[in-house]
Design a protein around this ligand. Structure first.
Ligand code: ADP
Length: 515
């Protein structure tokens, strides 16, 4: 259902205005507190296709816990509208008019409070009221994505004026918001002369590269179409534009900040990153411990904590039952929850696991969606090992929680991984991660062979190294239960919360402002 326009919006607004408090000014912030507007294409629980949504929810919440007035805005997609209605969204009666490429778009502003944090929904039916997020299917993009996200960046900059709230910092996430820094710097929004910009790269492989003529949608001077600014290999590149113009650039782990400066991981932007290295920092993501907490998780068969892991055994039994896996408690149950893409190393898993399954050493449960070719190969694997391999294709948040809680070990064999969240969720739930030593995986998981580790890591992406790490993990599970339990406890008690990352972002912001 689209967001209400015209008379319907007026009716909805006035009907709600009587009970409204969400659009009233919030209480004054303590001295030194910053006003920070986050802009993202996804924010959980309103819309999520990956880790960006988790971060765009949890980081502003962490900043608010530190006393700052952090808020977030995102496009109001069709599914977002439904979620926002459930949460009592309130619409401003006057939409903003956002021009893009000579077309005026009416962008409505909805506000909904998420645990006290104002979340602004930018509603424009002709751009966002669709079933898909970035395209009609996972394998196809919308043809007007350049316009959809140029309007998002412009609307985000117009929002503060519309709600009468001036941020010290606008923090834009990923290519979809890559035009925020340049528009801010080039004075698109006259009301924000002192506002500074931060741009975070969540995955440098996704760059938002469009034909050159799409630059007109941003309304930027044509001379900016050059290799130092918006152009990259003959395309208008929104990620590069964000990097070039932001006051500070961050990425989601320390190691990834180093990796993207190399040709191997830079996806052709490594030289650009090196050039802007003086303003780059890596801040490793955290875990939303409200959402991912085995002691209170409503989606799992039994709750448990580090003092008493009995509930984990119940979760494991329940998961085997739910997946129709053979009831073999002595066998290590490995889970994988992921986008099914080459990045995530799913092909390695498919190629390597059969000997271990045939030997009765492991079972595998996969939850994911993406590449159809990988789905077909996983189906074939499941057909070869009935009762030992389970697959579920699609997006299922509650099932993801049951996988994380019920498995013994968790696979994240990514070719590259900016941060990765699932390995941290696994650690919180006493499930040992088996990860490739790259990006945020290397920052967050230490190998048990080092003595005080929390999981298993492997280096080069090949069957030999992946099989070797499987051997080590399955060997520890079978023969050294005390060591396994000790690693579980270390993972469950590791500080993976957002508070640490929140403080690092706070330091970054304070260094950019006079607050
Ligand atoms: P990426 O952002 O590259 O996809 P991350 O590990 O950073 O990878 O974040 C992935 C997020 O999406 C996690 O919260 C994970 O639980 C979730 N997720 C991925 N696939 C699914 C799925 N099929 N069903 C439910 N949740 C999923």
């Amino acid at each position: 259902m689209p967001y209400p326009t015209g008379e319907r919006m007026a009716a909805t607004t006035s009907r709600r205005a009587k009970t409204s408090s969400a659009l009233e000014p919030v209480a004054a912030q303590p001295k030194g507190a910053l006003r920070i507007l986050h802009v993202a294409a996804e924010v959980a629980p309103f819309i999520k296709s990956g880790g960006l949504a988790d971060v765009a929810q949890a980081l502003p919440a962490a900043l608010r816990r530190l006393g700052h007035d952090a808020r977030v805005c995102l496009p109001c997609y069709r599914r977002t509208y439904v979620e926002a209605e459930k949460r009592g969204v309130k619409w401003l009666s006057t939409p903003m008019i956002i021009e893009s490429g000579g077309v005026d778009h009416h962008v409505g502003i909805g506000e909904v409070l998420l645990d006290g944090m104002p979340v602004y929904l930018l509603a424009c039916n002709e751009l966002y009221d669709r079933d898909g997020l970035y395209g009609p299917s996972q394998h196809q993009e919308y043809e007007d994505n350049a316009r959809r996200f140029a309007v998002l960046s412009k609307a985000a900059l117009a929002l503060p004026g519309a709600i009468g709230w001036t941020p010290h910092i606008i923090h834009a996430h990923d290519w979809q918001t890559g035009l925020v820094p340049v528009l801010l710097q080039r004075g698109f929004c006259k009301a924000l002369p002192a506002t500074r910009s931060v741009f975070t790269i969540h995955n440098i492989a996704f760059q938002g590269a469009f034909p050159a003529h799409d630059m007109r949608l941003a309304g930027l001077d044509p001379w900016l179409y050059n290799a130092m600014h918006c152009e990259h290999f003959g395309r208008f590149n929104m990620l590069k534009t964000g990097i070039a113009f932001a006051d500070r650039v961050t990425t989601v782990s320390r190691r990834y900040a180093e990796e993207i400066q190399t040709p191997e991981y830079g996806w052709t932007l490594d030289a650009v990153i090196r050039h802007h290295g003086y303003k780059l920092s890596g801040i490793t993501n955290g875990v939303d411990t409200q959402v991912w907490n085995p002691a209170r998780d409503p989606d799992i068969a039994a709750n448990y904590d580090v003092e008493d892991l009995a509930g984990k055994l119940t979760c494991r039994r329940a998961l085997r039952e739910e997946c129709g896996l053979a009831k073999r408690e002595d066998v290590c149950l490995l889970a994988l929850v992921s986008r099914l893409t080459e990045q995530k190393g799913i092909d390695l898993v498919i190629d390597a696991v059969s000997p271990y399954i045939i030997a009765g050493r492991m079972q595998l449960a996969v939850l994911g969606s993406g590449d159809l070719h990988l789905e077909h190969r996983l189906n074939a694997l499941q057909a070869r090992h009935p009762g030992w391999v389970y697959t579920w294709y699609g997006y299922n948040e509650a099932l993801a929680h049951r996988f994380v809680a019920g498995a013994d070990a968790f696979l994240v064999p990514s070719r590259f991984e900016p941060c990765g969240l699932t390995q941290m969720y696994a650690m919180r739930y006493g499930t040992l991660p088996i990860v490739r030593y790259t990006g945020g995986l290397a920052d967050t998981v230490s190998d048990v062979s080092a003595g005080a580790g929390t999981g298993f890591t492997f280096g080069p992406v090949d069957i030999g190294h992946f099989s070797a790490v499987l051997d080590r993990a399955l060997g520890l599970f079978q023969h050294f239960p005390a060591e396994w339990a000790a690693a579980q406890k270390r993972g469950m008690t590791a500080d993976l919360s957002w508070d640490k990352a929140g403080r690092e972002y706070e330091g970054l912001y304070k260094g950019m402002t006079c607050a």
